[in-house]
Design a protein around this ligand. Structure first.
Ligand SMILES: *Cc1c(COP(=O)(O)O)cnc(C)c1O
Length: 398
């Protein structure tokens, strides 16, 4: 049965009068979340106290939710686990990869990657020693830069600024042929595109859940380890919940079975409960339908803006196959333009130096919102409504 996006849309609570095009930064509130959180707080934490770890199944949430996310990213069930933040998961995947490729010292990434991924790689190199390096090249040059010095390729599939999408299968195949491993960051692809980690050959994949998966601010990240590495990868962050027998309280670390070893410490239960409720929205959503709908929305937005807003320059690839589910335009006063849009109820975001970014999330955005956003953006540009001091003062979070 084709996915019914009007049904998924009814499962969200969005404020009146708002066109929300920032689900790529923070997904909106699914209607089922408050009651589920209330139940977890009052009936589970309140009444069960510590017995909730067993009785309410809190301890199994990281792997149970991992299986739910596996379907959305084309992973084998039993090979995804939740916990920590994405930056931590990037570190884990890189550290294990470097240990599995001990003769090599180079992490290869690109300048379009999200800075936190690059910072985590730098920090890891510093810890491992002076001969470890992070090398970054332009996104277009990654394929040619893969050679037999590279230990691990670390790529974010969809560029957070431009929406440009890398070819996972092609880059991974080249990495493998050169004797390197491939770590994929799915922050802007999980729940947004037709990700296929197993088919694409990824060795590790990581991602967050508070963007397109709608788990709420501070929701946990996930990590995937390919089945062929599940019993080989050694966790650098060897916390007690990744131990083979956490409650044996052994003095020495032994990695847990398979993906369990990528757990670190106590899971954020309330955040995971929110995610569990948020993932119910995905029941009945076919990823191929999501991708088709996302392309339709992005195409309509690009066409509308190019007709109505001559001052904007498209920063996203024109070919739908080469982009994720966001569209970006450049404008020299991008920050002020975005603030003026937000004041009119169209919420996107701004990424330095000049990018206006709009996320298209088929679960709750339709062509009506696309048209509304184009109309308001065109008005703001035509009247220079953005050119006011209050739209030029930068807030802490952009
Ligand atoms: C959003 C995002 C992050 C954020 O990491 P956190 O640790 O969850 O704050 C990291 N990497 C990429 C590629 C992102 O898009």
């Amino acid at each position: 049965m084709p996915t019914d996006f009007s049904a998924t849309r009814a499962l969200f609570d969005l404020p009146e009068g708002v066109i929300y095009l920032d689900g790529n930064s923070l997904g909106p509130l699914p209607r089922a979340v408050p009651a589920r959180l209330q139940k977890a707080v009052v009936d589970e934490w309140g009444q069960m106290l510590i017995t909730g770890w067993n009785k309410a199944g809190w301890m199994d949430l990281p792997t149970r939710l991992g299986d739910r996310i596996a379907r959305l990213i084309g992973a084998e069930p039993g090979h995804v686990v939740l916990g920590d933040t994405l930056s931590i998961k990037v570190y884990q995947a890189l550290a294990s990869s470097l240990e599995m490729n001990p003769k090599r010292r180079v992490i290869l990434s690109d300048t379009g990657n999200f800075p936190s991924d690059l910072y985590m790689a730098e920090g890891l190199c510093r810890t491992l020693g002076p001969d470890y390096t992070l090398k970054t090249v332009a996104p277009e040059e990654v394929l040619d830069a893969i050679d037999d010095s590279v230990a691990v390729l670390m790529i974010t599939e969809v560029d957070y600024r431009t929406g440009r999408r890398h070819d996972m299968a092609a880059l991974t195949a080249k990495a493998h042929a050169a004797g390197a491993l491939a770590v994929w960051d799915l922050a802007h692809s999980a729940g947004a595109t037709d990700v296929k980690v197993a088919e694409g050959g990824a060795d590790f994949a990581v991602g967050c859940t508070y963007k397109y998966l709608n788990s709420g601010p501070g929701g946990p990240a996930f990590i995937y380890v390919a089945p062929r590495h599940a019993e080989v990868a050694r966790p650098a962050l060897s916390g007690w919940l990744g131990h083979e027998a956490p409650f044996a309280f052994d003095l020495n670390y032994r990695p847990g079975a398979g993906i369990e070893r990528m757990r670190v410490g106590t899971p954020p239960v309330l955040q995971m409960v929110a995610l569990d409720a948020a993932l119910d929205v995905w029941e009945g959503v076919e990823i191929a339908d999501l991708r088709a709908r996302s392309i339709e929305l992005c195409e309509a937005f690009i066409q509308g803006v190019e007709v109505a807003c001559p001052g904007l320059e498209l920063a996203t690839p024109r070919d739908p196959a080469l982009r994720g589910s966001q569209v970006s335009f450049r404008h020299p006063e991008g920050y002020a333009v975005m603030q003026a849009l937000i004041a009119r109820g169209v919420i996107g975001d701004f990424r330095a130096p000049d990018i206006l970014r709009f996320g298209f999330t088929p679960l709750y955005i339709g062509l009506e919102e696309v048209e509304g956003a184009v109309r308001i953006l065109a008005e703001i540009l035509a009247t220079n409504a953005w050119d006011r001091p209050e739209f030029k003062t930068r807030a802490k979070v952009t």
